[in-house]
Structure formats: C-alpha cells, structure tokens
Ligand binder design. Sequence first.
Ligand code: ACO
Length: 341
Amino acid sequence: MNTTSHTLLSPYASKITGTGSAFPQERLTNDDLAKKVDTSNEWIVERTGIRERRISRPGLLDEQNSSLACAAALKALEMAGKTPDQVDQILYATVTPDTLIPSAACWLQKKLGAHRAWAVDLNAACSGFVFALSMADQFIRSGHVKTSLIIGADVLSSITNWSDRGSCILFGDGAGAAVIERTDGHSPHRILSTHLGSDGDLWELFHMPAGGSNLEVTPDAYSKNLHKMNMKGKEIFKSAVRTLSDYALLAIESNQLKPEQIDWFIPHQANLRIIEAVAKRLDMPMSKVLVNIDRFGNTSSATVPTAMDEAVRDGRIQKGQLLLLDVFGAGLTYGSVLVRW
Ligand code: ACO
C-alpha cells in the first residue's frame, strides 16, 4: 500500500479549486431494463438503490467519453477561474477510453485546446479518480506541476453485458472533473492525505477477458460476451464493505481524527447497500454521506467526482469542511483521500 499522510516537508500543497460533471441525456429506468432482462424496478431498488442511469448514444459526438469529460472539465475550469491553456497536466481515469490509441486524455486535450498540458490515461477502474487525485497531489507537492486537470469518466454501457441481469442493472455513463492547484504547504485548505492499494490476486472478481492483448475480440469471443464486464457480485460486495471501511479508517486515523469529525463522506457508488453498510461500520449517519447512485447508477471512476461536484454546486460542501473520498474498483484497487475544503 502507498500511504501519504502529509507530514513530509514540502513548500507546496494541493487544493481542489474547481469541479464539474456531465452526463449523457438518455435516461434508462429500471422499468426500461425490465423489458430487456428478467428483473423488476422493485428488485433493483431494494438490492441496489438505483432507480435510473444515463446511457451514451453510440455514434453521438457529444456523448463520447472525452466529450463528456470535456463538458465536465470546462465547468471545473470555469469554477477555478482557469483557461485550458493554463493546465499543465491532464490525468484521465477511465476503463472505457474513446480509443485505445490515442488515449482519452489526448482526445480531451485536443477538444479542450489545452495545448500546454501533457496528458495520460490511468486505469484503476472505479478507483481511478482517487488514484488520479493522489498522483496530481504528488506532482504538485514535488513542484513539477502547478495546475492539474483530473478526470474520472466512463462509458460503461459500451462494455456492459446487457443480457446479464446480475450486472447490467448496476452501470451507467458519466464524467467528473476537478482542477487541482498548487497552494502554500501550510494552507489549511488542502489535500491532507492519500492512501492507495491494489490486490491483483483478486483479478477474477471483476474482469473482461477479451479486448486486450491476451485475447482478441474474435467472433467466438464476441458470441460469448468475453469483451464485456464479468463480475462476481456477492464476493465483490463483501470485499467492498471491508476495504471501503478499512481505507476510510486509514485516512481518519492517520490524521488523528475521529469519524464524527468528517463533514462529508464520498464513497464510490456501486450499491447503496454497500454504502450503508460502510457508513454503519464507521458510525457515520447517512445524512453525511453523498449519494447519487439512485439517479446515475455505478459510473465507475465518475461516481466520486460527480457526487462531490453536485454537493459543491448546491452549497452542501462549505469552506473548511473535511471531505473523505473512499473508493474500490476492479483490479482490485482501493484508496482514500482526505481533503480540507
Ligand atoms: N433481478 C431479479 N433477480 C435477480 C437479479 C435481477 N437483476 N439479479 C440477480 N437476481 C437473482 C439471482 O439470480 C438470485 O436468485 P436465486 O436466489 O434464485 O439464485 C437472487 O436474485 C439473489 O442474487 P444475489 O446475487 O445473491 O443478489 P445480491 O443481493 O447479492 O445482489 C448484486 C446482486 C446487486 C450484484 C450485489 O451482489 C452487488 O451489488 N454486488 C457488488 C457489485 C459491484 O459493486 N460491482 C462493481 C464493483 S467494481 C466497480 O465498481 C467497477
């Protein structure tokens, strides 16, 4: 595990100065899904908390992964008072890039006109935004970068097995963005700690067999849906509750805090029951937990930045508050970041 509680001396710290979100227009409700697979609105709401999700329409330029990210990034830059040519670095967390070559980050750089920035994709699945935030923090604290644009964006509908009722009910498409800027190392308003971890031994709980260099999408692989997400839901559920709780406590304890001092808990949105179980373990009332899974489903790397952006824009998140971002994802990958807003 990589642990950084920021006691190490650096003249710099990093601060989130802008957030933004974008979603495709088309809503897919549980009733719509019940027309495709053997399920019902009641089952999905009771077992997951999801009521609807947004789905990108294939072929629509505005709803490509990097176009959604571009819309989210422009909002985040506007909030931060920055223009695209002031961005030094684009870290783009996704498992569904527009194309494998070039990266989604380079598509975004072109669409934004962020000509000065270097741009790269990161794959940590649903944990991606927190991994990108941690890396941006490191680049800023080391003095190499002043302004970073980080993205969590996924078009999971493109890799969802729409004939598997055990998984297709969960996922949706969306993009979140944040501008991270250099601030004074002693500023109270900064990223306070980052904790990241991975466990490749558990790869089989959530994987996509075809589409990488191991296995091409041959007609046989295609007919078996091997180019779509394959998930062991029950096992992931248990692992998620345990690791989200562990990483939340790591962040809290390494900053000598108590759970009750956290103002907003922003967990990955994979299943409302997972979120509720973690909140219970942390003794955190649900009134302090940001939730958007009911309207958007699991949008992978986009869940945390879009939930955070919504609460920034509607005024729930206030200056000086403590925010705990907490994630898990395929890989498996885990992480938490503590921020004083
Ligand atoms: N509608 C109706 N019935 C269903 C559906 C459905 N959509 N899906 C499964 N069932 C049935 C099953 O077939 C089973 O029936 P049986 O008892 O006759 O065999 C019954 O419902 C119970 O199935 P379970 O799998 O035990 O249901 P569970 O309560 O575990 O819920 C779920 C399944 C929603 C997938 C849950 O396990 C879950 O959310 N797991 C975590 C998934 C996750 O987080 N994925 C992403 C992780 S990483 C990332 O975010 C990229």
